[in-house]
Design a protein around this ligand. Sequence first.
Ligand code: PAF
Length: 282
Amino acid sequence: MQRADSVSELRATVAEWRRAGLRVGLVPTMGNLHAGHFSLVSAARECCDRVVASVFVNPTQFGPNEDFSRYPRTLDADAQGLAGQGCDLLFAPAVEAMYPFGPGAATQVEVKGVTETLEGAFRPGHFAGVATVVLRLLNLVQPDVALFGRKDYQQLLTIRRLVTDLGLPITIVDVPTVREASGLAMSSRNQYLGADEREQAALIYATLQRMRAGIVDGEPVEAVERAATVALEAAGFRVDYVAVRQADDLAPAVAGRREGLIGLIAARLGTTRLIDNLAIDG
Ligand code: PAF
């Protein structure tokens, strides 16, 4: 696996591949890689001739009271893991390479329509940070395909909308969430959890499954959301939201419609904020 820390190295390598007519896939990450990230790399290998993975802990998508400074940075282990997965190029830029005028002075991209609700309401500015860094990565690499996990479902919709709105000639591929045996969605933030909390955290997925069963059985959305919130709070979670929404745009579910929905949860356990979702098709 090659490694590029600068934009010029990245561009030179990708340009050579392009001249050879190769199809390039990009897997953007913030590092601290786990099986969820590796499933993105393996999906990229299936649809592309060359795979670029980026590792960059993006400061502009973290709020002032969020975990930017303690976010786990494990670049050597990440590089080893990516090489083992058959990744061709690791792009691990410094902040200055991604934000030449500094993160606070960077041009920002604001995606409308799918970013205002749920995560957007609890994390103001988060999706502008995500859209800005993803657009920059797409511009630097100019991949044919970029791959994202379904676990960050609203992020996925935001990036799809970004690519459509700006007419970028890039296919966005989404990859299923990888789960631990308990059902807990893999996430770099799981390592903030203590052993007991990790066991407890599996309740989020169990709750999503119960929500899906309720909707499929014809229970009203509000009752399903309320029961799920009560169950999580009783188990010690602080719930940011429990929602059943339309999967294509996150608009409120239409009464009586059970197809094309998605259940989404964000909840805190101790100091750790966890999110997960599950498609519901009645
Ligand atoms: O999902 C992530 O890891 C990040 O939000 C992303 C897409 C790499 C942008 O920083």
